[in-house]
Design a protein around this ligand. Structure first.
Ligand SMILES: Cc1cc2nc3c(=O)[nH]c(=O)nc-3n(C[C@H](O)[C@H](O)[C@H](O)COP(=O)(O)O)c2cc1C
Length: 436
């Protein structure tokens, strides 16, 4: 268990984060932010004022195209479409902050190892070691189709390819050895070639012949995040993740996940990485007001938009399936882990398809913590203590007010309880996350 709760703000560079039609909520500024860098910089400064560890961008490249075998519902309702590139935001946000970690999702399907190492490590180096990478294998058919594949690669084979992808990345990150850079002005020698290892990698999926393209940053290389929850995904997360993300519908699901991760880590013979659970705080001045705020979000969501999001993540077209029967597990090459988590719910009756669609529309299944600032702080502390997790990946609802309210009203309560930092401990993302 971490010494303190760690907080990451979960964002998407699109009209919504995870709440369908949040862009239409009164006062939401996301549509303006998409065209105004300053609004993103303001958000990053708010998170830094709230001592967040980081701002993390998920990414849904391509478009959700499974529901009714069409992209139309995703486009009509702006369900993570358009999907602007998150990586280009990182350097602007690094320039407007000094401590905040900045992480982006990049898929091992869409990129090559060299391009990811070069892009992310450049910002990591420039920012003094504040960058993170959420390694995803790319589970969306829309992403595959956009770059020229007919369909998603088979689930476990995607992870095999991603293992190789990582071998190349590590070789590139390790290429520039200690003492390699001389920067000797007098003799005009920049580096000692004997200390720069040539990467000569030939695998089943990737080839790479070059030297490391970017200098090691203050934290060496970016912090690695991973969020696979299937058996194969857990193994990959343990082997490569510094921190793993998980979405579970409730506390029993979180406890089950912690057990599965511990068992899988023991089997591999490695320590389990820290776990960050997704949550969605819904605040109000009173409990009743918070519940009303939640109801307003739910009332705004068109069911077709929720189903478009759910069908995309699960890789299954849910059109024409009885909405009021328990959702059944189906074979998928998309997210097997999330499919299992929501079709084998613990501590509750099974969810109907309509309920899961609504949970997806609200927060992609992240549980809502609803109440006054004190009640939300209680729920966070309870989950942290019960599960022994590292912290939370928090998705907002209305932007940026739900984050500002959290920073102004919940953060001071957590600080007073001694379970949240009052100043940054280090300068790098890795140090602040208690990984160094
Ligand atoms: C918290 C969380 C965040 C995720 N973010 C992304 C993302 O931004 N882009 C993406 O393509 N997949 C994302 N995923 C999907 C996973 O990385 C993973 O690819 C997917 O769940 C399939 O793996 P599995 O079958 O092993 O669970 C996320 C999953 C979770 C739980």
């Amino acid at each position: 268990m971490s010494k303190k709760i760690h907080l990451i703000s979960f964002q998407i560079h699109s009209p919504i984060n995870h709440t369908v039609l949040s862009w239409a909520a009164p006062g939401d500024n996301r549509l303006e932010a998409m065209a105004d860098l300053k609004k993103w910089q303001d958000l990053a400064r708010t998170l830094e004022r709230g001592m967040f560890d980081g701002l993390f961008f998920a990414d849904t490249p391509g478009v959700f195209d499974r529901y009714r075998d069409s992209h139309e519902d995703a486009v009509k309702y702006g369900v993570c479409w358009p999907s602007h590139d998150p990586v280009v935001l990182l350097s602007a946000l690094a320039a407007s902050t000094t401590h905040l970690g900045l992480a982006a999702t990049m898929s091992t399907t869409s990129y090559k190892p060299w391009s990811i190492v070069r892009q992310l490590s450049t910002v990591d180096y420039l920012s003094g070691g504040r960058v993170g990478w959420n390694i995803v294998t790319g589970h969306l058919r829309g992403e595959h189709r956009a770059i020229g594949y007919k369909d998603v690669m088979e689930h476990d084979r995607r992870y095999d390819a991603a293992d190789e992808f990582m071998e190349v990345c590590y070789a590139l990150w390790d290429s520039i050895g200690e003492g390699a850079i001389l920067a000797d002005r007098e003799n005009g020698v920049y580096a000692d070639p004997s200390k720069v290892k040539f990467v000569d990698y030939h695998g089943e999926f990737f080839n790479c012949e070059t030297v490391g393209p970017v200098l090691p940053s203050a934290q060496g290389r970016p912090v690695l995040f991973q969020a696979g929850t299937s058996g194969r995904g857990l193994k990959f997360g343990i082997e490569h993740g510094d921190v793993v993300f998980s979405i579970q519908p409730n506390l029993p699901g979180m406890m089950r996940y912690m057990g599965q991760l511990r068992d899988a880590a023991a089997e591999i013979g490695q320590p389990a990485p820290g776990v960050v659970f997704g949550i969605q705080p819904i605040l109000g001045g009173t409990e009743e007001e918070a519940k009303r705020n939640l109801d307003e979000l739910i009332e705004r969501m068109p069911l077709d938009a929720c189903l478009a999001r759910l069908s995309g993540t699960m890789g299954v077209d849910f059109a024409g399936i009885d909405l009021d029967k328990p959702m059944q597990e189906q074979k998928t090459n998309a997210s097997q882990g999330l499919m299992k988590a929501f079709t084998s719910v613990l501590g509750d009756r099974p969810f109907t398809l309509r309920e899961v669609a609504q949970k997806w529309g609200l927060s992609v299944g992240m549980p809502q913590l609803v109440g006054t600032p004190e009640q939300v702080a209680d729920q966070m502390e309870h989950i942290w203590r019960e599960t022994g997790c590292h912290g939370f990946n928090m998705t907002p609802n209305v932007m940026p007010t739900s984050i500002e309210t959290f920073v102004d009203e919940v953060v001071p309560i957590l600080q007073k309880r001694g379970i949240y930092r009052t100043e940054y401990e280090g300068t790098t993302f890795r140090e602040n996350l208690e990984l160094a």
